[in-house]
Design a protein around this ligand. Structure first.
Ligand code: ZN
Length: 508
């Protein structure tokens, strides 16, 4: 009081300034999370904890109608915020009150709540919408595939904008309840557990729940006519596998492959530790695609993945991602090696277990297959760039780096790292740099230069660190391991006709 009396002018001024300054603190959330490859992916200003999607899909017309309820917490004082979404929206409510909204950019939905939202506030966002997802094209691409009896969405790095509004980046994971009504006689598959299904007036509603943190691109929906098998693992985990009823001559091979899911997951637990989720399975819809995707708890396998017969290796790859990619997700899309290097390496370990070629033999074969001037070595698995994000080098050189690490650290330390990483980073996000630091801590060895050589230099590593104790002489090229063909048949795992176009470098 005494102070104010002494300098009334200054006090009055600061009081005046305080009001507009405080209102100015409420600013729009960023239209992206700042991903180095996809700046528009995700949004700033809030964090989603749960998605409740209530959907209805008519296969005949491709009409998807939905009400999405998002539970989130604000992370800044927000005047408005963005969702990522492409279908037509009819109403948005924030905390029950109608909010203004408008579409902008390629897939942004700008939401202005009735009143600004302070930082740290729990909010609910309800979005009502309808549209034909196959007609939504972004850069000429749609992630939604129509099938003769339904539709499927499973794509990387983006797929959510075609069917539900979200904060579309792997750093904002959430739990999901997904309820889908489809015409009687048709099934709707999604992630996690099937809680219930019921039929009324010609429509059957399926209620799915995924109760562990899940990235938006790992959330999937498939509508169609499937042969479904249900069982439980020895540990009591529910298993649901589904194969489209019209796969033609690929049916037997597809079923024979995905019915190995329980066995493969059991083996992966011995390598990576306890399975992190509440359900297991896989599905093969009738889409003419050769790729597969590690959609959480229930990977998607394109029909063409079984053109050449049974392929357990692709099941190994997608299930390995449940630990490396799904439970521990990347921080930024440039960190793709923490997903793909390990999923590919797990295929090598499976080959080793099956007696079809050791990981060392596969590493030797990859190393010898690509001469020093091969463009293969110019792709840096540690930061391949958006155009090479799913290049074969991210997989093969990425796995080669892990075999080199195994040789450097010895089996005991190496396998202890492989198991402790998913355990210690469970349900979180991590970068390549985090893995380097983790491996250094666990091994007590400096590894920065080692990883720089294997992941970041655009050149064939000259020190054949991935080679076995008996280094093959220049004239004796490594023999092709038996498993090579089935592993190479999975090289298309992420080769989709995607927004972020691939370079088509697929040696098959
Ligand atoms: Zn993969």
């Amino acid at each position: 009081m005494r102070h104010r009396l002494l300098v009334p002018g200054a006090a009055a001024l600061s009081l005046l300034l305080a009001i507009p300054a405080s209102a100015a603190d409420y600013s729009p959330g960023a239209p992206g999370v700042g991903d180095s490859y996809y700046p528009e992916s995700g949004n700033g200003g809030y964090d989603v904890s749960h998605y409740d999607l209530r959907l209805k899909y008519q296969p005949k017309t491709d009409l998807l109608e939905g009400t999405a309820t998002l539970l989130a917490k604000t992370t800044q004082d927000l005047s408005r915020f963005n969702l990522d979404f492409g279908l037509k929206v009819s109403e948005v409510r924030v905390n029950g009150k109608k909010a203004a909204f408008k579409a902008s950019g390629k897939h942004e939905l700008e939401v202005t709540p009735a009143a600004p939202l302070p930082k740290g506030k729990d909010i609910s966002v309800v979005v009502r919408y309808a549209g034909k997802p196959s007609e939504l094209k972004i850069d000429g691409f749609t992630a939604w595939a129509r099938t003769p009896d339904g539709g499927v969405v499973a794509q990387e790095p983006d797929s959510a904008v075609w069917w539900y509004p979200s904060n579309d980046h792997p750093t904002d994971k959430a739990t999901y309840d997904i309820s889908v009504a489809v015409p009687d006689g048709t099934q709707a598959l999604s992630n996690g557990l099937l809680l219930s299904q019921s039929s009324k007036l010609g429509w059957t509603r399926y209620n799915w729940r995924s109760d562990k943190p899940q990235a938006t691109y790992l959330t999937t929906l498939a509508v169609g006519k499937f042969d479904i098998t249900k069982d439980t693992t020895a540990n009591g985990l529910p298993v649901i596998n589904a194969v489209s009823k019209d796969l033609g001559s690929n049916e037997g091979a597809a079923k024979s492959s995905i019915e190995r899911t329980t066995e493969v997951a059991e083996w992966l637990e011995t390598v990576f530790g306890p399975y992190p989720f509440n359900a297991l399975g896989g599905y093969v819809p009738n889409v003419p695609a050769g790729y597969a995707l590690e959609t959480q708890t229930r990977p998607f396998y394109g029909k063409k993945a079984f053109d050449a017969g049974t392929n357990v290796s692709v099941v190994v790859h997608e299930l390995a991602h449940q630990w490396y990619g799904d439970s521990v997700s990347l921080k930024d899309w440039k960190d793709i090696w923490v997903n793909e290097g390990f999923a590919r390496y797990s295929q090598w370990l499976w080959s080793e277990k099956e007696g079809e070629g050791t990981a060392q033999e596969l590493a030797d074969y990859v190393y010898d297959q690509h001469p020093a001037d091969d463009a293969f070595w110019t792709v840096k698995p540690g930061d391949p760039g958006p155009d090479n994000q799913f290049d074969i080098a991210v997989y093969d050189r990425g796995a080669l780096a892990l075999q080199a690490l195994r040789n450097k650290l010895g089996d005991k330390t190496f396998f202890s790292i492989l198991k402790s990483w998913p355990t210690e980073n469970k349900y979180g996000n991590a970068s390549v740099a985090d893995f380097v630091k983790f491996a250094e801590e666990k091994s007590g060895k400096p590894l920065a230069a080692f990883f720089d050589t294997w992941l970041y230099q655009p050149a064939k590593p000259s020190a054949p660190a991935a080679k076995g104790a008996t280094i093959a002489a220049a004239e004796t090229r490594a023999e092709r391991p038996k498993s090579w063909k089935s592993i190479a048949a999975t090289n298309d795992v992420h080769a989709h006709g995607d927004v972020h176009a691939q370079d088509g470098h697929r040696p098959e």
